[in-house]
Design a binder for this molecule. Sequence first.
Ligand code: PMP
Ligand code: GLN
Length: 398
Amino acid sequence: MMRDLSIVRRSMNPVLANLPTTIFDVMSGLARELGAVNLGQGFPDDPGPEDVRRKAADAVLNGYNQYPPMMGLPETRAAISEHYGRFHGVQLDAMTETMVTSGATEALAAAILAVVSPGDEVVLFQPMYDAYLPLVLQAGGVPRFVNLRPPHWTFEREDLEAAFTPRTRAVLFNNPLNPCATQFTRGQMALLAEFCVRNDVVAICDEVWEHVLFDSRKHETMLAMPGMRERTIKIGSAGKIFSLTGWKVGLVAAAPSIMKVVAKAHQFLTFTTPPNLQVAVAHGLAKDESYFTAMRDGFQRSRDRFTQGLLSCGFSVMPSEGTYFVNIDIAPLGESDDVAFAQTLVRDFGVASIPVSAFYAQSPNTTTVRFCFAKKDSTLDEGLDRLHKAARHYGLRS
Ligand code: PMP
Ligand code: GLN
């Protein structure tokens, strides 16, 4: 045992050796173990669009199942270009400006490795998706944090002035924003773009929630902001676009000179992504607008059902503009520790959630707790039943 520990200290990479297991796996594991309703990790509990799944099944049985081209099947890259032209008004050359990766997670790793050298500073917004910081540190990057201000999770010019320095090489940001369930305003995007251009910085934009926006909101990609076309790496996820989160097919868009370098990182991370899934994603990306509208409407209905339920429990609910998530503030319950609250919820009341302090570099003891509402009505109602009991325990009217 002692020898094991010494080899870890001596030989293993400290960034990874000191990393806790991701909160998503922890909470899903607890949910399985305790038989809790899993409203933690973000995944829908319906099977996803049948035509897209059939396309993948057919490609497994009858298609070509050997290595596809390193940057993706030409038909998938053409579909990415067509899709973003149609939905976001950006013209992308399929062969030089698009790439397929194994999930947005791999795209994030490839983009960070492509941009960040040891000692480079990277601006990150907290709360931040939990993969960002370990990947930046692993590349030798130095994080500079901007803390978004609740309840609207905004930033101001002075926040960027404090975070950007002559050593800044990249800004990494997520819009629409998981876990806050908010969308940056056009003004905030313009401000960020202004700082990127002025400081000659690359923007790595995690836009995996681009299609999951509510109340007629439209996504605006950073690629289309003035001055950003030549300095933005846009990242999408077919898992989110088609409610098939296990598929791990990422979509990358960037100017040719930047893409060339990102592709170099990708070629030694995974090299390629399963061709059968790529065929199905190409089919899905070409779907008519009505598919995307129906998908959004379905999630919006679930958001409304679950939000109503939380309000009737007496919880303090923060607005959800997009993503699969809605947050509550537990401060009005007299609670100051979201991690402890999430543990009580899963162990004593049988509902798994995600404490938002998991999205900070050092736990700030936030009082925000995230729930995933992308579930069947019956799952949501069972969760709400249990949350009513929790609400009574915390002295709320319900
Ligand atoms: N970025 C964000 C903000 C996410 O929420 C997720 C997962 N939902 C990912 C990246 C990872 O996407 P993928 O599953 O395609 O790797
Ligand atoms: N993105 C998902 C979420 O926020 C989780 C993805 C994962 O488990 N890594 O819940």
